[in-house]
Design a protein around this ligand. Structure first.
Ligand code: CIR
Length: 256
């Protein structure tokens, strides 16, 4: 099990904020929290690979947004925020070095990796924030031949689709209802959670979830369902609308 991560930029505190008020970021604490996040992944059996840092890009730590990986293909994103476009170059090199085939979202398409939720062969993509219809059409054309069913989902309330919903290993889609535009997209498989940060899980393995420690009630809910939860403090990234998912790209089909 391999994952890409990217060290925070010294300019992290200048990162973008869209749906929340800006509050001061403690850069030293952010570094400590990032190290602890990476350590948590390693303890769960993941080998982490660092994408070369992009010190001029404040949001580069949110490496999830640079790509979508499906099967043996890495689709390099075209971030919706101009400021974030330079982040993709080194991310592409890193995933290529892991043996993935490479494709790109091209202009006028835009797509952020954080807008893409995958479970099995279904790929839900949030449309309306950083990702546009053209970006989704390109993703569909690239992933369709690999067996993916790409479903566009409306997104207005939060930055990225995965700021609103993520999936448990059994395919249950979790979200904090006030921030989910249309839970009916997922029908009976949608499970409301009581806290906003409780919507974000990184699946470490079939029984283990990584989540923020700012959602204790949701954590208890998942533990009752039999999951082991590893909780990390990511307060400094949450101030920039980041969550646990955005800090890594899991390469579940390890290559080369
Ligand atoms: N996948 C994610 O949820 N990424 C978070 C990106 C936060 C960053 N401040 C941004 O606005 O792009």
């Amino acid at each position: 099990m391999h994952a890409l991560v990217r060290r925070p930029s010294p300019r992290l505190a200048d990162g973008l904020v869209t749906h929340i008020e800006r509050s001061p970021v403690d850069i030293d604490l952010a570094h400590e929290q990032w190290e602890a996040y990476v350590a948590a992944m390693r303890s769960a059996g993941w080998t982490t690979h660092e994408v070369d840092p992009a010190d001029d890009c404040p949001d580069s730590v949110f490496v999830e947004d640079t790509m979508v990986v499906f099967g043996d293909l890495a689709v390099i994103s075209r971030p919706g925020a101009l400021e974030r476009r330079p982040e993709i170059t080194a991310a592409e090199e890193a995933v290529r070095a892991r043996g993935y085939r490479i494709a790109h979202i091209e202009a006028p398409g835009t797509l952020d990796g954080g807008d893409v939720l995958k479970h099995g062969d279904t790929v839900w993509v949030g449309e309306g924030g950083r990702t546009n219809a053209e970006g989704i059409a390109q993703l569909r054309a690239l992933l369709g031949p690999l067996g993916a069913v790409v479903v566009a989902v409306p997104l207005t309330k939060v930055l990225h689709l995965k700021s609103a919903v993520t999936a448990l290993p059994d395919g249950t889609v979790i979200g904090h209802e006030p921030l989910v535009d249309d839970p009916s997209v997922w029908g009976a498989r949608f499970l409301p959670v009581p806290e906003e940060p409780g919507s974000h899980v990184v699946v470490l393995d079939d029984r283990t979830l990584l989540m923020a420690d700012s959602a204790p009630s949701t954590r208890a809910m998942f533990e009752e369902r039999g999951y082991t939860v590893v909780a990390v403090d990511i307060s400094e990234f949450e101030k920039l609308e980041g969550c646990v998912t955005c800090l890594s790209v899991r390469l579940r089909t390890a290559q080369g």
